[in-house]
Design a protein around this ligand. Structure first.
Ligand SMILES: *Cc1c(COP(=O)(O)O)cnc(C)c1O
Length: 379
C-alpha cells in the first residue's frame, strides 16, 4: 500500500523521545525559571563539549548567531564579508544587518559550497571576514579555507546551521573558524520546538562579548555598554535541546544510512547526479539534494526539474527546491549590482537541484517508493 511521504516528519521523531521531552519540559515549567538560568547554561556546556569548543553562547536563532558573531568582531559599515550566493538568505542578511557588504563567490558543482579556487580573487582591502556555509550538511574544506583566511588576515565565521555534527578531517564543524553559528530551527538536524541558535568559539573574549550583546549590551544588571539585542534562548527550548543532543549522533548515523540507501537505489538512474561527500568529511546530511539534468530534447517547455517535482507530488512524494534563486539575483540585493550569469555554477544549481525526503526515521520501503516514483517521472 503506497502512502504519501513527507520531506520531513517531526512527529515520528517526537514519538520516539516523547517521555524524555515531556519530563524535561514539565521540569522547566515547574522551575519558574523560563529565560536563561541553569537549563540554558547546562545546554551551553553540553553543546560546547559536543562541538569540542571552549565556549557556547545560546541565542534566539541561527540568524541572530550570525548577526552576533559579526557584531562581536566589530564588522560594520565599509567592511566586506565574503560568502556563498547559494545559501539561505539569513547568511547574507546578517552581513547586511550590521551594515557591511556581502560579496559573493561562486560555488562548486560537486559540493554546492564556496569554490575555494575563486576565494582569493574576491579579497580586497575592505574584506574583513569569510562566512563559509556547510550547505545541506556537507562541510567546506576547512583546512584549505583556514589557510586562505590566515594568509589574508581574515576572520572566519562558519555557518553551521545545516551541519550540526558534521566533521571535516575528524573535527566537528563550528570549531575551525573564529566563531561557529548554529540554528536549532525545527527542521535542522538538532531542532528545538521553536526557534533557537548558538555560537561556538574558542575565544573567551568573543564569547563574553556575544553574551553581552545578546542581552541588551549589558554587563551587570542595568549597566549597558553597547547597543545590544534581546536574543536569549528560552529555558524550554534548552530543555528540549538537551534531550535531543543526547540522540544527535545516533540520528546523524541514521541520516547517513538513509543517504547510503539512496545511493544504492538511485545510482543507476540516468539523468540525475547524486550528492557526494568530499573525501575527509562526514556530512550531517541535513538534506539529500540531487541534480536533475534536463533532457536534450525536452517534451515540454519550462523547467524540467519543476516538472519532475510536480510529478513526484502527484504520486504523494514531497520534495523541495533549496534554493530556487541565488542570493546575488534576489530583489533585495539588486542594489549590489550583480548580473545574471556572474555565478554560473550557483545559477545552474538553482535550476537543477531537488531535495528528497530526508530524516532519520525515513523507512527503507519509503525510499524504494521514492526511487520508483522518480524513475516513473524521468523520461
Ligand atoms: C536555517 C539557516 C540559517 C538561519 O537559522 P534560523 O535559526 O532560521 O534563523 C542560517 N543559515 C543557513 C544556511 C540556514 O539553513
Amino acid at each position: 500500500m503506497h502512502h504519501s511521504i513527507p520531506l520531513l516528519d517531526l512527529k515520528r521523531q517526537y514519538k520516539t523521545i516523547a517521555a524524555e521531552v515531556n519530563a524535561a519540559v514539565l521540569a522547566v515549567l515547574a522551575s519558574g525559571q523560563y529565560i536563561g538560568g541553569p537549563t540554558v547554561e547546562e545546554f551551553e556546556r553540553q553543546f560546547a563539549n559536543y562541538t569540542a569548543t571552549r565556549e557556547c553562547v545560546a541565542c534566539h536563532s541561527g540568524t541572530d548567531a550570525l548577526y552576533l558573531a559579526l557584531r562581536s568582531l566589530n564588522i560594520g559599515p565599509g567592511d566586506q564579508v565574503i560568502t556563498s550566493p547559494f545559501t539561505f538568505i539569513a547568511t547574507a542578511e546578517a552581513i547586511s544587518l550590521v551594515s557591511a557588504t556581502p560579496v559573493f563567490v561562486d560555488i562548486t558543482a560537486q559540493t554546492f559550497n564556496l569554490d575555494l579556487d575563486q576565494l582569493a580573487g574576491a579579497i580586497t582591502e575592505k574584506t574583513r571576514a569569510i562566512i563559509p556555509v556547510h550547505l545541506f550538511g556537507q562541510p567546506v574544506d576547512m583546512t584549505r579555507l583556514m589557510a586562505i583566511a590566515q594568509a589574508n588576515h581574515l576572520a572566519v565565521i562558519e555557518d553551521c546551521a545545516q551541519a550540526v555534527g558534521a566533521d571535516w578531517a575528524g573535527q566537528k564543524v563550528g570549531s575551525f573558524g573564529n566563531i561557529g553559528c548554529f540554528s536549532f530551527y525545527p527542521t535542522k538536524n538538532l531542532g528545538g520546538c521553536g526557534d533557537g541558535g548558538a555560537v561556538t568559539t574558542n575565544d573567551s573574549a568573543i564569547a563574553a562579548r556575544i553574551r553581552m550583546l545578546r542581552d541588551h549590551g549589558r554587563r551587570g544588571a542595568y549597566f549597558h555598554e553597547a547597543v545590544g539585542v534581546n536574543s536569549r534562548l528560552d529555558a524550554l527550548q534548552a530543555a528540549v535541546l538537551q534531550v535531543k543532543l543526547r540522540h544527535s549522533d545516533a540520528w546523524n548515523a541514521q541520516r547517513r544510512a538513509v543517504a547510503h540507501r539512496y545511493h544504492q537505489l538511485l545510482s543507476r538512474i540516468q539523468g540525475v547526479i547524486l550528492p557526494q561527500e568530499l573525501a575527509g568529511s562526514q556530512s550531517a546530511w541535513n538534506q539529500f539534494t540531487l541534480r536533475i539534468l534536463s533532457p536534450s530534447q525536452p517534451s515540454q517547455p519550462g523547467n524540467y526539474r519543476d516538472q519532475i517535482r510536480a510529478g513526484l507530488q502527484c504520486q504523494g512524494i514531497s520534495s523541495t527546491v533549496y534554493y530556487p534563486l541565488p542570493l546575488h539575483l534576489q530583489p533585495v540585493y539588486e542594489p549590489l549590482g550583480y548580473q545574471s550569469g556572474q555565478f554560473p555554477v550557483a545559477e545552474r544549481a538553482t535550476q537543477e537541484v531537488l531535495s528528497l525526503p530526508m530524516f532519520p526515521e525515513l523507512l527503507p520501503e519509503e525510499q524504494e517508493q521514492v526511487m520508483h516514483s522518480l524513475k516513473d517521472c524521468l523520461i
